[in-house]
Ligand binder design. Structure first.
Ligand code: HEM
Length: 195
């Protein structure tokens, strides 16, 4: 399963990284705050969708923790006047089957890996930022983040996935990448939907 997910989404990851430009345009506290607001909306809606379906899974997503970290970080940053948020509808990935959820989790869990690097970049680029507003990207730190990722891969490997489940996982990973892309693009220059 993990190899198929990697293979089918590596191009999407690259495109997303180019689209976001490694977040180099996020170079002020106000832009960092706008980015966190986008992430907060992204994870908030994803959690709501996740909770809508009572599907048992023997892997616990850490959506609550990631949202709590975002709220902590946002509470540490100076407030800026809110821009209109618009009424754009974002297509959430479908999460009503185990295979779909595995694909979504792959993207959500994987997104924490790049975060460690991004936390260092933001701290360098925006000297006013302290650790108090970098919880979301720092996560539980390098050791715990890589431990969690290894545990997630072990979980994926420990289960027998049927072909339809693997197909569903691939489709949902693709949809989840598209969801991240749509939700984070307003934080890029000249956009203000999440500020
Ligand atoms: C500009 C922003 C990003 C950068 C610089 C970045 C960078 C990275 C890096 C360096 C890794 C490998 C980490 C390691 O092996 O220890 C990684 C893995 C990953 N990232 Fe990103 N990332 C970014 C954004 C994202 C986003 C927004 C998502 C989710 C949509 C995402 C999904 C993933 C996934 C799924 C993996 C795991 C790949 C695998 O090994 O199977 N990344 N990222």
């Amino acid at each position: 399963m993990i190899d198929i997910l990697r293979e089918s989404t590596s191009q999407l990851h690259q495109s997303l990284e180019s689209q976001l430009g490694g977040f180099t345009s996020v170079n002020t506290v106000a832009r960092y705050r706008a980015l966190l607001r986008c992430y907060r909306a992204l994870f908030g809606d994803l959690r709501t969708e996740w909770q809508r379906h009572p599907i048992a899974l023997d892997w616990s997503p850490n959506l609550d923790q990631r949202i709590a970290d975002l709220d902590t970080d946002l509470s540490q940053l100076p407030s800026v006047p809110a821009h209109p948020t618009g009424d754009e509808a974002f297509s959430l990935p479908r999460l009503d089957a185990v295979g779909l959820r595995a694909g979504c989790l792959y993207v959500v869990e994987g997104s924490a890996l790049g975060g460690l690097m991004l936390a260092r970049d933001f701290a360098t680029r925006i000297p006013e930022l302290t650790d108090d507003s970098l919880h979301f990207f720092q996560g539980a730190g390098p050791a715990a983040t890589s431990r969690r990722w290894r545990a997630f891969m072990a979980w994926l490997a420990s289960r027998e996935w049927t072909t339809p489940e693997t197909t569903a996982a691939t489709n949902c990973a693709t949809a989840t990448f598209a969801y991240f892309s749509a939700r984070l693009s307003p934080a890029m220059p000249n956009e203000s939907a999440c500020a």
